[in-house]
Design a protein around this ligand. Sequence first.
Ligand SMILES: Nc1ncnc2c1ncn2[C@@H]1O[C@H](COP(=O)(O)OP(=O)(O)OP(=O)(O)O)[C@@H](O)[C@H]1O
Length: 482
Amino acid sequence: MAMEKQAGTDSARSAASLQESWARIRGRLRDEVGEVEYRTWLRQMTLAGIEGDEAIVHLPTRFLRDWVRSHYGDRLRALWQQEVPAVRRVDVRVGPQPRGAAASDGEEAVNGASAPAQGGLAESLSARNGGARSAGEGRGEWSAPLDPRFTFDTFVVGKPNEFAHACARRVAEKPALPGFNPLFLYGGVGLGKTHLMHAVAWAIRDGEGGRNVAYMSAEKFMYRFIAALRTQSTMEFKESLRSVDVLMVDDLQFLIGKDNTQEEFFHTFNALIDAGKQIVISADKSPSDLNGLEDRLRTRLGCGMVADIHATTYELRLSILQAKATAAGVAVPKNVVEFLAHKITSNVRELEGALNRLIAHANLFGRAVTLESAQEVLHDLLRAHDRRVTIEEIQRKVAEHYNIRLTDMSSARRARNVARPRQVAMYLAKQLTSRSLPEIGRRFGNRDHTTVMHAVSRISELMQADAAFAEDVELLRRMLES
Ligand SMILES: Nc1ncnc2c1ncn2[C@@H]1O[C@H](COP(=O)(O)OP(=O)(O)OP(=O)(O)O)[C@@H](O)[C@H]1O
């Protein structure tokens, strides 16, 4: 063993002892980072081999590679050095995973040689699915790769998604339960449909019984079907698809207007349901609203459980931001989280994108995240969102509310009953749009930016001192935002 440790090359190291070292390293990492983090980021690591003084670790995607490199690279190197002192460097690469790689937490995969593993990601997924391959298509090849970030652990539950989440959990725990088959999840863009689908797929794959889950987009289904038609292998297509235990199809609306593919999907759907297999579908609309899908298919899609994911609420946006900041290990102040949750209301994808940008910026420049940096870094994004609330709208609403003329927003009149509403409008313009102080000043009768600054601080003070006034301003804000 001691001799082996000094050798540092594959030739001197048996596959078995490498495997043991690698298993210990992974075990230690898992103990250090905890189960959830380990499963999210590290579980799919495989050892491709040792070259000279370098251990080569493979991950299936660039995203995972970058993440593991930047967050765990040093730790991996240190653990390797403890285990095998001759290893001085660790190279994390995107690479194929060997058959059976990372099939479960107990199974650690090692090629045992420096030569790259054979077989691509599709094959390794096939192995994860049970490894059975029929002639032509491998069963697992049906499945698109699952995103390791999209699990139940990382899905934040709130009022708008709690029903869909509960249904997804139920199906993951007990596939093909009567009343839950098919499970049809629908909702607007970027609200978490794919995340929930992947979470179900992960949970079933990792659960007991080694169920064979095929997850794909409707587009992929069509593409495969057309390819099978072209190569006259539709029988194999049908057989391989019908041999799965769970079929999950994302973005079903893609099949609208694709009549032949719909027909094929309808038959596959029926065959699987009749055989007691679980089907999970996602789409942007409910089955009854999917105009352009055949009636008989729409009817069947709606005969299990239909669950919608609603637009996010302010509270859910707050929770999601907090959870994502914590997961990234970055301190994001409360006022920044509240600011983002207020401003970016479109969907979770954009919210997440904004937070990631802030975090990346803070990391790059080694600076803390602050409200000022958030406004600066996200300037373009906030501007795009501002389109909904314009300074004109603010002026109009505030003038109406205080019963003054719209022209008084720009007039030179200084009477309190005019000046105060004007200050409120300036304050709201600063809060609800990303216009600069000079820009706001210009829109209020060419006033100086210091006047706007004064208005903002005066209104803030008054709101602190006078609860009724604060409520009034908040009411205006809500009216403008809705
Ligand atoms: N409740 C949630 N908790 C944590 N993350 C979420 C939640 N909802 C959505 N996300 C995140 O938001 C992003 C977009 O979600 P997802 O891709 O699942 O949306 P989608 O509804 O499938 O969108 P599309 O209609 O564009 O396919 C993902 O990164 C996802 O992890």
